[in-house]
Ligand binder design. Sequence first.
Ligand SMILES: [Zn+2]
Length: 316
Amino acid sequence: MIWVVCYCLAMKNTLAIDIGGTNFSIAIFEGASLFGKLTHSTDRKAGPTGILNQIEKMLRVLWRDGAIHGCGIGFGGPVDFAAQKVVASTHVDGWEGFDLVREVETRFCTPVVIDRDSMVGVLGEGYFGAGRGIRPLFYITLSTGIGGGLLTASGLYRGADSFACELGHHTVVPDGPACLCGSNGCLERMCSGLWLERDYGRPAQELFMEPEFVSRYVIHLAQGIKSCLMFLNPARIVIGGGISQAADLLFIPLRKELDRQMTSWWRASVEVVPAALVGESVLRGALALATEHIYHQNPASLDCVSDAVAPPLLQG
Ligand SMILES: [Zn+2]
């Protein structure tokens, strides 16, 4: 039976799209194998049509022959999953009211399913990456913005209106600076790549070379993670997105700060690890999303033909 399922999925060509505030990427999967991927910087003023035109060009470069059987999209902003609509983007103009699913279906003649990028990211890491087999799993994207996703043994937890796990707009500094969501001192306002660059005039990669900066930065990040731990008690938290690539420069001080904030009263797990699918968490999650909602198969069945990397060794 397993062989039959894998054979069927291996015949599917899936387009995966990851639309972020700084970059967007597309990938083609043949079954669970990555055929190829391309990334392009996001022109924040070009709007959805500009991005879609670019995606169409990229797809022509990447994929010349054969049908696309389905498309999964991870979008960097709130998505109404039940309605399959983008709600808004705080980083890129023009998305409100834009029917992205219909546009992609029409342009590429394939069924499409969409979810928020951090929801899609937890699928990628949960089925193919650092959270494989670990449930409940919490995933944090630490990038232009900040978002979260929760994968339980029975699937994604989206909440009543698809807004569950919007960790980025959880307030960590009540009298902090104004955030794009209209609130103040949100985790995203204090810790995201967009605001680090605006506040310090330098990219995050440079800032993480300075231990003094990092020791201040991890205080707010740990506050956000502490909330996840307290509310959800996940078995593991995986952190992906561009900032997570600071690796030990981030994770060693972060774990130290979390140990300080959680206190010995907390007897539950505090396991925070970097994403294993560097730059591909959302793309592989988009494959899992399409597998579940378009091909109606369990994404775990892709594991038998997956070329995804193994989870990293855990550090204490
Ligand atoms: Zn906010």
